[in-house]
Design a protein around this ligand. Structure first.
Ligand code: TYM
Length: 340
């Protein structure tokens, strides 16, 4: 971390629950890398306590945690410049999460669309943690007084809830400026990467078929195959982005291309207007391989030294704790907890 005084502090996190997808990369990790700059103090977390809202095999959780660190580092997160750690090593998250369980209202939680989607018809049988999860997420952000939260579109409602929790705490305890109002940062062409077989569904690590998604561990041949088989439609690419409006699969592939190429859908359309899928899909696959292969290779190299990954996490947890603990202490004083 630099010595500069940061007025802008970024916090974001990813769950280590199974594989990482191109959606996680383009919607989150790549944007986290872009925000590492002198303008921001950046804090990136492996949110392992969120992962266990759904049962995780312990060995698989350990592996997924280290693999996510490898993905962050291989993608360009610098553990010297950013704070990079796993949530369970900094107890302030869980402690502030409990406080926020007592601030957030049940009615607010009932409006969380992601809970409704995940719980489905099974809402009585899912864990209480899955239901309370957004207040732990608020604690993740607010225990650092973070001001900017880069996320994909699907997390917007949770960041808005975080703002409501911050405002209610500040109001209830008459500390108007204690918790900041964090801004969700949802920008760029790929804030909602869709399933490759059905453009109306989000690309997710839990989707039924592996052909629906690109995993950060896929090799070049598999990436090419998945883009070749990706659903498209019978029209060539349009000559303006408006022409993608009712073509979800086409739009998704153009947005993926734009995000991988650090460009915009407009620029992609300008280059490929009128192109058939037989031309566009191989170009997209080549681009994806060029961007992802070095990351995948570096991830597997880093995974050969798990002790080094654990050292990165321990160092990051110390740095995170140094920021979080004083804010938690202040919160406890505000609440009226007697402390030693
Ligand atoms: P998670 O682990 O489901 O996803 C991590 C990040 O990846 C983004 N993402 C996508 N973006 C675009 N297209 C997709 N198909 C796609 N799939 C996933 C997500 O929007 C997210 O930014 N609750 C969070 C983790 C979290 C967190 C936080 C985030 C816990 N505490 C505090 C920010 C701040 C989650 O489950 O993300």
């Amino acid at each position: 971390m630099t010595e500069a005084v940061h007025t802008r502090r970024v916090f974001s996190g990813i769950k280590p629950s199974g594989g990482l997808t191109l959606g996680n990369y383009l919607g989150a990790i790549k944007r986290f890398v872009d925000m590492q700059s002198a303008d921001f103090e950046t804090i990136y977390c492996v949110v392992d306590m969120h992962a266990i809202t759904v049962w995780q095999d312990p060995a698989a959780l350990r592996h997924a945690t280290r693999e996510l660190v490898a993905a962050y580092v291989a993608s360009g997160i610098d553990p010297e410049q950013s704070v990079l750690f796993n949530q369970s090593q900094v107890s302030a998250h869980a402690e502030l999460g409990w406080v926020f369980n007592c601030v957030a209202r049940v009615g607010w939680m009932n409006r969380m669309t992601q809970f409704k989607d995940k719980a489905g018809k099974n809402a009585e049988a899912v864990s209480l943690g899955l239901y309370a999860y957004p207040s732990l997420m608020a604690a993740d952000i607010l225990t650092y007084h973070a001001t900017h939260v880069p996320v994909g579109e699907d997390q917007k409602q949770h960041v808005e809830l975080t703002r409501d929790i911050a405002a209610k705490f500040n109001h209830d305890f008459k500390v108007p400026d204690f918790f900041p109002q964090p801004e969700p940062i949802i920008d760029g062409p790929a804030t909602r990467v869709m399933n490759l077989r059905d453009g109306s569904k989000k690309m997710s690590k839990s989707g039924a078929s592996d052909m629906e998604r690109i995993n950060l561990t896929d090799d070049a041949a598999l990436i090419v195959k998945k883009f070749k088989k990706a659903k498209s439609d019978s029209e060539p690419l349009p000559d303006s982005v408006e022409g993608l409006k009712d073509r979800p699969e086409a739009r998704n592939l153009v947005e993926i291309y734009a995000a991988l190429d650090n460009s915009t859908p407009e620029a992609v359309i300008a280059e490929y207007a009128g192109a058939q899928w037989g031309r566009f899909k191989p170009a997209l696959a080549d681009l994806a391989v060029a961007r992802l292969e070095p990351i995948t290779n570096e991830m597997s190299r880093l995974m050969q030294d798990p002790a080094e990954i654990d050292r990165i996490l321990a160092k990051g947890a110390d740095k995170a704790n140094a920021i979080a603990q004083p804010i938690l202490d202040k919160t406890y004083d505000i609440i009226g907890f007697v402390r030693r």
